[in-house]
Design a protein around this ligand. Structure first.
Ligand SMILES: C[S@@+](CC[C@H](N)C(=O)[O-])C[C@H]1O[C@@H](n2cnc3c(N)ncnc32)[C@H](O)[C@@H]1O
Length: 93
């Protein structure tokens, strides 16, 4: 029996490394510590009831809103974790 693939003339597959592959398990999950969110969440985590994925949604929205003029406030602060996260985004962006 002959190997059909060897006769096809098709190039061998080259396995190209995927950048930041560890965050694609199984889909892109940046709340596991992608980019600057890693440090921002590490600071907030001990002081929040909000899960990492929800903190990342908050972070993403905060980054988008950081360029707008106006005031920020948070209702329902508990220990201040997400307020810390928002304050950090405002300092950095
Ligand atoms: C899901 S926790 C989130 C707490 C905080 N943002 C954090 O980072 O963990 C919701 C918070 O809202 C507060 N809360 C609920 N209803 C409220 C109300 N009517 N007025 C003010 N705070 C309220 C709760 O006491 C609790 O601290």
């Amino acid at each position: 029996m002959t190997d059909q693939r060897a006769d096809s003339g098709a190039p061998d597959r080259v396995k190209t490394p995927i950048a930041d592959e560890e965050f694609y398990r199984p889909v892109f999950s940046p709340w596991h510590g992608y980019g600057e969110f890693k440090d921002i969440y590490a600071e907030a985590k001990p002081h929040t009831l909000v899960s990492a994925d929800r903190c990342h949604a908050l972070y993403s929205l905060a980054v988008q809103a950081a360029g707008l003029t106006g005031q920020w406030y948070e209702c329902g602060v508990y220990q201040g974790g997400t307020a810390m996260l928002l304050a950090r985004v405002l300092r950095v962006h």
